[in-house]
Design a protein around this ligand. Sequence first.
Ligand code: MRU
Length: 370
Amino acid sequence: MLLNGRPSRTIWPAAGADAVTVLDQRALPHRVESLVLRSVDDAVHAIADMAVRGAPLIGVTAAYGLALQARADAGDAALQRAAGQLEASRPTAVNLAWAVRRMLAELMRCPVGERAPRAWRLAAQLADDDVAVNERLGEHGVALLRALASRAPNRPLNVLTHCNAGWLATVDWGTALAPVYRAQAEGLAVHVWVDETRPRNQGASLTAFELREQGVPHTVIADNAGGHLMQRDQVDAVIVGCDRVTASGDVANKIGTYLKALAARDCGVPFWVAMPLSTLDRSLHDGLAEIPIEQRRAREVTHLAGRASDGSTVEVQLVPDGTPALNPAFDVTPARLVSALITEHGVVPATREGLSSLFDVRQREPIDGR
Ligand code: MRU
C-alpha cells in the first residue's frame, strides 16, 4: 500500500541481511520513522513495545527475530531460548507462536551451519506469503461488498472497522481493510467509519493514516458512536481483524470488538471477521475460557499521547492522581455473533463445520503445523 505515494511494506530486510528494518508505528501518524532490528532482543522489544503490532506483522517480525538469532548463534539451545522470548512478547495473537514454531521446526531439521541462511530465507518467505494471503483474502471479501453494493447502487457503502487491521497490521494489504482496498481498485465506492480504539488509538492514529495515504474516504468516530450509527442505518457492514480464532469460531480481537458485534447483531448489520489461517488456533475450543488475554500497562488508559501545536509529541494525564486503571487489550466475540469469516480460501461460517471445510488433505500439513 502507499506511504507518501510510494508502494511500501511494514518490514524489510536491510541490505547485507544482518538486520531488518520496520516502520516504527509508535511515531505514526505524525512522523514516519523506521527502526532497525539487529538482534532477537531488538525484535522482542519492538513487538512488546508495539513499534510493530497487528497479529500477522508480529508473526513475521518474530520470524526475522529468530533469523537474527540464527546469525548470532544457531545452536539448539540458543534458538529455543530465542523462540521462548519471542513467543512470550505478546500472548494473545497466535500468529506469533505460529511463525516461531514453524521456523523452529524447520531449523531444527537443518545442520547448524546451514541454519542462518535458511532462517533468513524462511522469514522472507513468511513475509511474502503474508502479502499473498491478504491479497486473496481481499478478493474474497470484496465479493461480499459487491453484493451489498448491488442493493444500494447509488451511494458509497459504509464499512465500520475497529482497531487497525489494515496494511500496517500486516506486511502489506491488511486483513479487514484488504476488501476495502480491492473495492477501491475496482471503482466500488466505500467509506470507512474508523473507531478511534482506545486506549492506544490504533484506529485514530493508524487506520486513519493509512486510509488517508491510500485516498479512501473515511471518518474517525469515538468508540461509543458505532452502535448509534448502526441504529440509524449508517453502517452497511462491520469488518474487523482478529488475533486468535478457536476451532469453534470464537474470535479474540482488540478490546471493544465484542460490543460492536452485539450492536451489529441487534441492528441486523453483518459482522465479518477477516481471518488469515495463521490466526486460527485449532487447539482451542472455547474462546472465553481458553484464549489468553494480554493485560497491558495501566498508563495506556490513564494517559494519552498526541501532537502539540508546536509539533512536539506530548503525553497528558486524563485521570485524577493515583487513579487505578485496568487495561485488558483484547476481548472475545462468541462465534454466534460473527456473520462470517473471510479467509484466503473463501468466506465460511464461524462454526466448527465452516472452519473444518477449509482443511483438505492437501492443506492440512502447512496450516496445521503447530
Ligand atoms: O494490539 P494490536 O494493535 O496488535 O491489536 C491489533 C488488532 O487487534 C487487530 O485488529 C488484529 O491484530 C488483526 S490485525 C490484521
